[in-house]
Design a protein around this ligand. Sequence first.
Ligand SMILES: Cc1cc2nc3c(=O)[nH]c(=O)nc-3n(C[C@H](O)[C@H](O)[C@H](O)COP(=O)(O)O)c2cc1C
Ligand code: SF4
Ligand code: SF4
Length: 245
Amino acid sequence: MIYYFTGAGNSRYVAQRIAKALGDTVAFMPDHIPATVPDNSEPVGFVMPVYFWGIPTVALRFAQQLQLSGSHYTFTVLTPSGSSGDAVSLFEKALRRPVDAHFSVLMPDTYAPMFECGDRAKSEAVLERAEGEIDNVIAQVKARATGDLDPHHGMGKLYTVTMYPLYRASTTRRFAVNDACTGCGLCANLCPDHFITIEGGKPTWRPGHCNLCFACLHHCPTFAIQYGRNSRKHGQYTCPKKMSD
Ligand SMILES: Cc1cc2nc3c(=O)[nH]c(=O)nc-3n(C[C@H](O)[C@H](O)[C@H](O)COP(=O)(O)O)c2cc1C
Ligand code: SF4
Ligand code: SF4
């Protein structure tokens, strides 16, 4: 089983590619809390984005509640746009056991408040390069390679320790919606943690810390959602690579 979390689709695609090559299936983490993995020797993979050099809140919750016993070969595949820091340690700690192999694959950026997301030529070039990295992960997983095989740690622990607390302190307060909203409800349906409700034909965000996955912002058909002052100019991105589960 390959468990994944995704906002814009990158990690879903990576999970699907790996699952297809292994003859395995994928499962969306938020739909499997709590999950119990059968006590057998099948490989178990965890694919997720990197947020503030840490991991999505819902992935932490998933790992904390996962019941995993038996002699599984386990691996993580992080999908940062630049570097993963020490994000995997947070996942392992939540899982309460070490993971056999750590990988990462560089994917297009989805952090719209700060970085360009709408440049298709740029994201296509990143995705093309990613195919080779995914092939490498598949080969290593098939060979049951072990250890830290993530080439993209960057500044490692330093970034995770200094920046991840900012993620955990972030709230939904900076979300806003403009008149382009048609009230279609897609954002509310996609939100993995039910932070959005449609009230008076427009989305409203419940106060608190959401995953900041930007599934709502990037999937909105009319680009009506912003987060802070700068996301509008950075455009939308959803992973153009599609595979069936
Ligand atoms: C809130 C947020 C924070 C992010 N922080 C990082 C980061 O610390 N390092 C990095 O390399 N990429 C970072 N990214 C980029 C994502 O990890 C990357 O684009 C990932 O492939 C998105 O995957 P998804 O489409 O499965 O959600 C961040 C993206 C978001 C939305
Ligand atoms: S997805 Fe966009 S258009 Fe649809 S309800 Fe949400 S903000 Fe409005
Ligand atoms: S409100 Fe938007 S960014 Fe936050 S968890 Fe829901 S879909 Fe993701």
